[in-house]
Design a protein around this ligand. Structure first.
Ligand code: FES
Ligand code: FES
Length: 864
């Protein structure tokens, strides 16, 4: 028996298990989160005998006689101070890292009540935050330190909740104190656990699967094979991704699921899976697009190895290049990288008999299956699961809990469909949860791309043409490879004004881990190539790179390389002007510009929808727009407050739920602030009108619905000036290095239109720049011959001590009358320009034009 205390309560157990499992499963203390399970991320930080410890490392046997403190054990005063400080500083995004951060902060402040920022940076160096860029967390900890030192009361929170106010996030306290529920915090009586056996080889024929021994395991509930799946394919756009690989079929990557086993206990899942016998005929994997395009390459999918060919052709790029005074032609390579969202995937599916959907009075009748998930679109999940089970969409209810980061990596099916399948087959509640390594091995990555690009200008330095060839490694399945490649192509011209633009792209299937949506959506890759080329072209033309960009910058009324006329509020020039001084301040400053669409555009259905339901004098904001940390929930509340003139404490944002919240499309393409924001505004205008006649209380039970649909032209519409997207954001970033090529400052000026919540907007940019710098300097997802070599600890994620000061400058010319009060998306574009700016800075230090990411020969160790 091991006896120790947890939060001052004596605990005894005879189970020798990891502390985190004992806390979460035996004691129900789910505030301690598991991000990596290998001691690398710090999300599980607790305090043991006054010292910081990672709860995923020690076993209960090592804790005898010790005292453990978790986030739940903090005093009410501590919880109030940290909640206030983290919200006030704008430090909270997805929140998954927050309890661990708070415990690291407590450890520091208990021994050093008056720390410097440098002390704080060191103290949280073991805690990874993938969302924020750390600066606001550091500010929050310093703010908390001040309140504790002075024994000051927690200040009143500002009630200002209109557009332009930095309202505290509506979910800040529950994230900071660890009381908010993520999917893995859910347990249901009678719940069983399921896990897939993954392929041993990237490419192999599955000759025989024998599940008999696994079925005989005493804990085994059942083992499902492809024969048990009504429709065995998923895929939002192309249905090419097998739910389970059938006997006789060929695997396409190391993450392919062969069987799905269910156990009474999570702990015995691996034992059961080890009893499944699979006979393979091993085949040579195809691990790069060049090999996949070879004439004699095996066909990885029935239609061959090219998923899509995308192109843009405007003017005559070849002729303009031939006639140009200067031209630069370069080949660039960008690697696969992992989203590394802090919360690994998890879903819980619950059959109707268990009543977990718990419809409230007046809500629709309970469906056959309710699935609790943490994804980027509950409606995409509902559609995919219903198609897989061959049942109507309405038989499935998908409900979102807190989402611990996504960045594009939680758009595809990963665990949701497996949880639903097992619950459907067994009639029992089922949890499917990825370990961190399973998450790395299975979910999509940023596409690796090979890019050949020529950029040309006349003798005065006016860009005349660009020509681009992009080869994107699709990996094993389509996922969003087509649209990602399309955005890489359409944005390859950059935020400049010229008319001869040719881009050709091919997305090519291989046996690598699939590529998919990732913050920046292909533009991160093509922007790196174009912006570095422009730096080299400016030099060739004898013009300063900042000046060169300003000369060529897109201005209102001019046409972008794709032909779209830039709107009146276009503010790229203002972004460049805002970073001029920083750029001029150092001989080792690099600069890059960028643009990024808000919304799907290109003629696709693109809508935002919101319902405001009045209950007991409170406005419930119902929309399926997922909040993965970026803050759409808070933004929607502010738009209601601004429009209808209601106080924030009268407004509640409900979680996405296919039975209650209207379909607002996927949280992708930096679209929700604009699309869901405009829909919310429209609904709130109706509410405002109703409030002229009645009070909120008198409107009880009434609903107000708003919808916004963005109308755009399809690709290759034939129009001279198509409207490809309803809005574009613009940005200019400067990275300054010292002589050792260490980054000492980053400056990011972004045209955000109008910032609904400036602090949240700043936080998005700080986080985006940090992610962009990781892409530039260190990050790489490494596979060898189709086998994954990367672990969470070796992804190359930047820690607090690696991140330079980041100055954020919000630019916007939008008026209040614009869509969603003139707001544009900021989620993606913030991560786009950092890599070329860093490459340009390194070039200024040593004159070496780096064309491959992560950059080599800087002060950082690139992950190779
Ligand atoms: S360090 Fe424990 S979960 Fe990552
Ligand atoms: S807020 Fe830190 S990981 Fe999301």
């Amino acid at each position: 028996m091991f006896v120790f205390t947890v939060n001052n309560q004596i605990c005894s157990t005879d189970k020798d298990v990891r502390l985190i499992d004992y806390l979460r499963k035996d004691l129900g203390l789910t505030g301690t989160k598991e991000g990596c399970g290998s001691g690398a991320c710090g999300t599980c930080t607790v305090i043991v005998d006054g010292r910081k410890a990672r709860a995923c490392v020690p076993k209960t046997s090592s804790l005898a006689g010790k005292s453990v403190l978790t986030i739940e054990g903090l005093s009410d005063r501590e919880k109030a101070v940290y909640s206030y400080a983290f919200a006030e500083a704008g430090a909270v995004q997805c929140g998954f890292c927050m309890p661990g951060m708070v415990m690291s902060a407590k450890c520091l402040l208990d021994t050093n009540p008056d720390p410097t920022r440098g002390d704080v940076v060191k103290a949280i160096n073991g805690n990874i935050c993938r969302c924020t860029g750390y600066a606001k967390i550091e500010t929050a900890i310093l703010m908390a330190a001040g309140l504790f030192r002075e024994n000051a009361p927690v200040p009143d929170i500002s009630k200002a909740a209109g557009v332009g106010d930095s309202l505290h996030r509506v979910d800040a306290a529950e994230k900071v104190c660890g009381t908010g529920l993520f999917a893995d915090d859910f347990t249901v009586p009678g719940m069983i656990y399921a896990k897939a056996l993954r392929s041993t080889y990237p490419r192999a024929r599955v000759d025989r699967i024998n599940i008999e021994k696994a079925l005989a395991h005493p804990d085994c509930v059942t083992v499902l094979t492809a024969a048990d799946v009504p429709f065995n394919k998923t895929g939002h756009i192309v249905k090419d991704w097998d739910v389970l690989i059938a006997e006789g079929d060929v695997t396409r990557y190391i993450g392919d699921a062969i069987v799905l086993a269910a156990s009474l206990y999570e702990e015995s899942l691996d034992e059961i899976l080890a009893l499944v016998e699979v006979e393979y005929t091993v085949l040579d994997p195809v691990t790069n697009p060049t090999a996949a395009l070879a004439e004699n390459a095996p066909k990885l999918h029935p239609n061959g190895n090219i998923l899509t060919h995308e192109y843009v052709d405007r003017g005559d790029a070849d002729q303009a290049i031939a006639e140009a005074a200067f031209a630069v032609t370069t080949h660039y390579s960008t690697p696969q990288t992992d989203h590394a969202f802090m919360e690994p995937e998890c879903a819980v599916a619950i059959p109707k008999a268990f009543g977990a959907g718990s419809a409230a009075k007046g809500d629709p009748e309970e469906p056959a299956l309710t699935v609790y998930t943490a994804s980027q679109s509950v409606y995409d999940e509902q559609r995919e699961i219903a198609a897989m089970l061959k049942i109507p969409n309405g038989s499935i209810r998908c409900r979102s809990v807190l989402v611990g980061g996504g960045f594009g990596g939680k758009e595809d099916m990963s665990v949701q469909h497996h949880a639903a399948l097992m619950a459907w087959k067994t009639g029992r509640p089922v949890k499917v949860k990825f370990s961190r390594q399973e998450s790395l091995n299975v979910h999509v990555k940023r596409h690796a791309m090979e890019i050949d690009i020529t950029t040309a200008c006349d003798a005065k330095g006016n860009i005349t043409a660009t020509k681009v060839l992009l080869i994107s490694d699709c990996g094993a399945y389509a996922s969003l490879g087509g649209p990602v490649l399309q955005r890489a192509c359409t944005h390859a011209g950059g935020p400049y004004h010229f008319d001869n633009f040719k881009a050709d792209g091919y997305c090519v299937y291989t046996n690598n881990v699939p590529g998919g949506a990732f913050r920046g959506f292909g533009v991160t890759q093509s922007c790196f190539a174009q912006e570095m080329n422009i730096t080299l072209l400016a030099e060739k033309a004898g013009i300063d790179p900042w000046e060169f960009r300003r000369m060529n910058a897109i201005r209102p009324g001019e046409s972008l390389p794709n032909g779209q006329i830039a709107s009146e509020e276009t503010a790229f020039v203002e972004c460049l002007d805002a970073v001029k001084e920083s750029y001029r301040s150092s001989p080792f400053a690099g600069i890059a510009g960028c643009l990024k669409n808000s919304g799907l555009g290109v003629g696709l259905p693109d809508f935002g929808r919101t319902t405001l339901k009045i209950k007991d004098g409170i406005v419930h904001v119902r929309t399926s727009a997922a909040d993965m940390g970026q803050g759409i929930g808070t933004v929607a509340v502010q738009i209601v407050c601004e429009t209808a003139g209601i106080a924030a404490d009268r407004v509640i944002r409900e979680a996405p739920d296919t039975f209650l919240t209207p379909n607002s499309g996927t949280t992708t393409a930096s679209r929700q602030t604009l699309f869901c924001g405009e829909a919310t505004k429209k609904a709130a205008l109706l509410l405002k009108e109703a409030l002229l006649a009645k009070s909120l209380g008198e409107l009880d039970g009434e609903e107000f619905y708003g919808e916004y649909s963005g109308v755009t032209d399809p690709m290759r519409s034939g129009k001279e000036h198509p409207v490809s997207h309803v809005a574009y954001g613009y940005g200019a970033q400067v990275v300054i290095m010292d002589e050792s090529k260490k980054i000492i400052q980053a400056v990011a000026a972004h045209d955000v239109g109008r910032a609904v919540n400036p602090k949240l907007c700043e936080g998005q940019i700080e986080g985006g720049v940090t992610m962009g710098l990781g892409f530039a300097l260190t990050e790489n997802f490494i596979t060898e011959n189709g086998y994954v070599k990367s672990t969470y600890n070796t992804l190359g994620l930047l820690r607090s001590t690696d991140v330079p000061p980041i100055e954020v400058i919000l630019i916007g010319k939008a008026g209040k009358e614009g869509l969603a009060y003139g707001a544009k998306g900021i989620g993606e574009i913030s991560s786009v320009a950092a890599a070329p700016a860093a490459a340009a800075a390194a070039y200024r230090v040593d004159g070496v034009a780096r064309t491959r990411l992560p950059l080599e020969n800087t002060a950082y160790k690139p992950n190779r």
